[in-house]
Design a protein around this ligand. Structure first.
Ligand code: CA
Ligand code: CA
Length: 121
């Protein structure tokens, strides 16, 4: 909630919170350590929700299921994203890998990669 208050404040509008505004706000505040902390808190909540068997890691099945819910079901594409995030290639995503990847993507100027994580946030 605090996160969205910050987004709203950054947008300069009270009731308008579109995806574009959120992305723009993230870009504006990308160098703000407090902002990254807030982002991490939200992402940890999402990660925990995706971690169906509560072992502290996301395997591909858990990761894929999250995209399934968002209606994005191109398995080759999802596999590619998963492999990108899994930097130590142990076949699972740690919370550190996940948070770092999403913040990197969110802060990227590449619209395509920002869109990838849109449905999850
Ligand atoms: Ca798991
Ligand atoms: Ca890993």
């Amino acid at each position: 909630m605090q996160l969205f208050t910050r987004f709203t404040k950054a947008s300069g509008a009270k009731d308008v919170l579109t995806e574009d505004v959120v992305i723009q706000s993230v870009k504006m505040q990308r160098d703000d350590p407090e902002m990254k902390k807030s982002m991490s808190d939200v992402l940890i909540s999402i990660f925990t929700a995706m971690d169906a068997n509560h072992d502290g890691h996301l395997d591909f099945e858990e990761f894929h299921r999250a995209f399934d819910h968002s209606g994005m079901v191109d398995i080759d594409f999802i596999r590619g994203v998963f492999d990108d995030i899994d930097v130590n290639h142990d076949g699972t995503l740690s919370i550190e890998e996940y948070v770092k990847a999403v913040i990197d993507y969110m802060c990227s100027d590449d619209e395509a990669t920002t869109t990838v994580f849109g449905p999850l946030v």
